[in-house]
Design a protein around this ligand. Structure first.
Ligand SMILES: *[C@@H]1O[C@H](CO)[C@@H](O)[C@H](O)[C@H]1NC(C)=O
Ligand SMILES: *[C@@H]1O[C@H](CO)[C@@H](O)[C@H](O)[C@H]1NC(C)=O
Ligand SMILES: *[C@@H]1O[C@H](CO)[C@@H](O)[C@H](O)[C@H]1NC(C)=O
Ligand SMILES: *[C@@H]1O[C@H](CO)[C@@H](O)[C@H](O)[C@H]1NC(C)=O
Length: 365
């Protein structure tokens, strides 16, 4: 019975798909789109713990915010990780609230014809929307318990206007988040914030379950890679700001001690699994002297490539770089970055420390 419902969910979606989903970096902003603004109708993000509003979110989320005492000896570095986590989770609440509203009210491009398939999607998004609220509230509660100002919401825009693009984009930003949370765990180990490591682990698994569903909806295999692509805080923070945040709309984004890189656009579309040359662009006045292009994929040593065929005009600087996708097994998420040195780089953190432009987000299969 459940198998039958899942199958109709996929059929309903496939029937709707009209275009191959494009990677995140190639989604242009939609002109004239109304920005998403908080608070939600339940008061989120200003929800007291405990309160009736919180209990309602927990019922919708199929579970509760952790009820054990929050550690009050959290390191400064971990607090900054949790500022970024709150910043990201609040964005995710905005995104899934908008997506759930669009499907619920059958907005043009978000209609799912098959009634049972539509209900499966609504059930999933209803839970996810509340689960993301709890992720955000728990990150902000940890900040508050350590006398740090909770992260406040920005206004957001979403560069998608149909269901299949929205799911493809959700899958890509979830991939970035998964890699970033693993990097946060690594740093929690260094700073001995041990009691937070399993908490983050529980969220990594949770977001991985979500992503298996978003991938299955796109008729992809649920698990992209044997070892997921690692990321780093500055890449996630830059991507969120470059793609979704209305500039100047964040009350306390300045408390997050992370850089926002220049934009790196992946110009090549529909990238397949083969060794090839890709085209990228960076802003018009950028100098390319001494720069390299670096790819981060899975748990492997970052791949460094020289810039080729650099071409600067008033619209921007374009260049090319080899992308050894087949030889180097670059499936799933690859994070591209333009760095000020040729490395070699031992880790995603080392790449981020040398990055000027990025991330460019490439998804294969
Ligand atoms: C949440 O409450 C704080 C403190 O009262 C207030 O400054 C902020 O504007 C509120 N946020 C929203 C989105 O309502
Ligand atoms: C919801 O629909 C509006 C109108 O088409 C669109 O601008 C917005 O990006 C959609 N939100 C999501 C998350 O897909
Ligand atoms: C906080 O205290 C707990 C319990 O004593 C300890 O395990 C943990 O390492 C401490 N965290 C930091 C960052 O010192
Ligand atoms: C490059 O251009 C951007 C906007 O087009 C501007 O903000 C920035 O200051 C410029 N940088 C240099 C080095 O001229």
């Amino acid at each position: 019975m459940h198998g039958a419902i899942a199958a109709t969910a996929l059929l309903g979606f496939s029937a709707l798909v009209s275009a191959v989903p494009t990677p995140w970096g190639s989604n242009p902003p939609i002109q004239g789109q109304q920005a998403f603004k908080f608070p939600l109708s339940n008061g989120f993000p200003n929800i007291s713990v405990p309160s009736g509003a919180l209990t309602q979110i927990e019922r919708q989320a199929h579970g509760s915010i952790p009820n054990s005492a929050l550690p009050t000896n959290v390191s400064a570095s971990a607090l900054n990780s949790f500022r970024l986590i709150a910043f990201n989770e609040i964005f995710e609440v905005a995104y899934f609230t908008s997506l759930l509203n669009n499907v619920t009210s059958r907005v043009d491009g978000y209609e799912i014809g098959h009634a049972a398939a539509r209900q499966v999607v609504l059930n999933a998004l209803t839970a996810v929307q509340a689960q993301e609220e709890l992720h955000a509230l728990s990150a902000n509660a940890l900040l508050a318990a350590n006398d740090v100002a909770p992260i406040q919401p920005c206004e957001y825009v979403f560069p998608v206007d149909c269901f299949e693009e929205a799911i493809a984009l959700a899958s890509t930003f979830t991939d970035v988040v998964l890699g970033t949370l693993a990097d946060a765990q690594f740093n929690l180990g260094i700073t001995r914030d041990t009691e937070l490591i399993s908490l983050i682990g529980s969220v990594i698994g949770q977001e991985g379950e979500q992503n298996g569903y978003y991938r299955a909806l796109q008729n992809k295999i649920p698990s992209a890679l044997p070892f997921l692509t690692t990321a780093a805080g500055p890449f996630a923070f830059s991507a969120l700001n470059q793609l979704f945040v209305v500039p100047g709309s964040c009350p306390n984004v300045n408390t997050i001690g992370l850089p926002i890189f220049g934009a790196l656009t992946v110009v090549t579309q529909d990238i397949q699994l083969k060794d090839q040359t890709l085209t990228f662009s960076i802003p018009a006045n950028a100098s390319t002297d001494g720069l390299s292009l670096v790819y981060i994929n899975q748990q492997n040593v970052p791949v460094v490539e020289p810039l080729q065929n650099v071409n600067a005009d008033s619209a921007g600087v374009t260049f090319q770089a080899s992308f050894p996708a087949y030889t180097d097994f670059l499936e799933g998420l690859t994070i591209a970055a333009v760095t000020k040195s040729a490395g070699p780089f031992a880790s995603a953190d080392a790449v981020a420390a040398a990055t000027l432009f990025g991330p460019g987000l490439i998804e294969i299969n």
